[in-house]
Design a protein around this ligand. Structure first.
Ligand code: SF4
Length: 367
């Protein structure tokens, strides 16, 4: 991102903060790979943002990195600028190497693990963010969770890969378990929950449990809370969520940019607006589903259907159904009567929307 684009983005953010009297905002440097912007960019950007916005609101900084470039020098700079860092890694070497090779086709595993080890040093506790792991359903979930434990207390988030109804996941589909991702997650859940693996905070499960007992959560992947997030590309273009690139060419484009338009101007874009009014923009199937308050219809890019657009349950519908019902059954055992009732009332009691669906099979799992 050039300095011109950055300066204009800062002006637009300030305009928006003042117009809406926002007390705090988060700015996330996101890629591609944000460290490729170079240290000089961050040494300019963060003080400039603080200078312009610091008097009108609180600003928190974050970054999602692949960790390849992150060494001691970078860690020191990020700590000085107070930029929290999340690292993307898919697990032990064989898993990570399946999708995270460098541009020469070489493994990045050791560099990424080194980055996590650096951030795990006590002096970096303030900026150590979580790990993002894309699920590979043929991996051993217990082995993977135990592998993550080597990094001590750390949040881990498991993500569904970006498939949709046109480009479906490669694994086999069945009516009870979907593509196997929900079953895989349920096994992670049982190991985590059954063995009190407290040092790992798994956001996927904590968010779902929170939503199941009536909490509100502003996460994009689950639930129905408004998503208050805008993306500015390096050339100044506004985008809807960048993972929409996985659907069709041009899906992310809003045809608006920070030089000609304010942040308010993009609120009318359908894929931005629909993430504010989430329930109203779900398919009828999801609106009538008893799990909708927790599931939220799935992450927007995974709903894409070539004939229906985004007005469809996620391609992972059966996976999420299986997972949420599995967590519900496990939670019910531990909750007291009042909390059980609260969960039952919170998950809406609409008729089952898949009358042909077999009851979910709870897998046998060693606890
Ligand atoms: S489980 Fe399926 S039908 Fe229910 S809200 Fe989620 S995507 Fe929609």
């Amino acid at each position: 991102m050039s300095i011109d684009v950055l300066d204009q983005a800062i002006r637009r953010i300030r305009e928006h903060v003042l117009a809406h009297d926002l007390k705090s905002i988060s700015i996330i440097f996101h890629g591609g790979e944000p460290l490729l912007a170079g240290k000089k960019f961050f040494e300019y950007a963060v003080p400039e943002i603080k200078k312009t916005l610091g008097k009108v609101c609180t600003v928190k900084f974050g970054m999602q990195s692949n960790g390849v470039l992150l060494d001691d020098g970078w860690a020191e700079l990020l700590l000085r600028l107070k930029i929290g860092v999340g690292i993307s890694i898919d697990g032990y070497r064989e898993l990570n190497d399946q999708h995270r090779l460098d541009h020469r086709g070489q493994s990045t595993y050791h560099q990424v693990v080194n980055a996590i080890k650096i951030l795990s040093e006590p002096e970096y506790a303030e900026i150590k963010g979580g790990l993002l792991c894309v699920i590979q359903p043929d991996s051993d979930p217990v082995e993977l969770l135990n592998w993550f434990r080597r990094f001590g207390r750390i949040p881990v988030d498991f993500l569904f890969p970006h498939f949709n109804h046109e480009r479906t996941p490669p694994s086999a589909f069945d009516q009870n378990h979907g593509y196997g991702y929900g079953l895989w997650l349920s096994r992670v859940f049982d190991h985590w929950w059954g063995n009190d693996v407290h040092e790992i905070k798994i956001r996927t499960f904590e968010d779902l449990m929170h939503l199941m007992i009536g909490g509100r959560h502003a996460v994009e992947s689950y639930g129905l809370s408004a998503v208050q997030l805008a993306v500015v590309q390096t050339d100044g273009a506004y985008e809807a969520v960048d993972s929409l690139k996985s659907t069709y060419d041009g899906a992310v484009s809003t045809a608006k940019n920070i030089f000609a338009h304010s942040f308010n101007d993009i609120l009318s874009e359908h894929l931005v607006a629909s993430r504010f009014e989430r329930f109203e923009n779900l398919s009828k199937t999801c609106q009538h589903c008893r799990l909708v308050k927790a599931c939220g219809g799935g992450y927007v890019p995974h709903r894409y259907h070539p004939a229906l657009g985004f007005n469809s349950p996620t391609v992972y519908c059966r996976d999420l159904m299986f997972l949420i019902e599995h967590i519900e059954s496990r939670l019910s055992v531990r909750l007291d009567e009042e909390m059980r009732e609260r969960m039952r009332l919170n998950l809406t009691a609409t008729p089952a929307f898949f009358p042909d669906r077999e009851p979910a099979v709870v897998p046998s799992i060693a606890e």
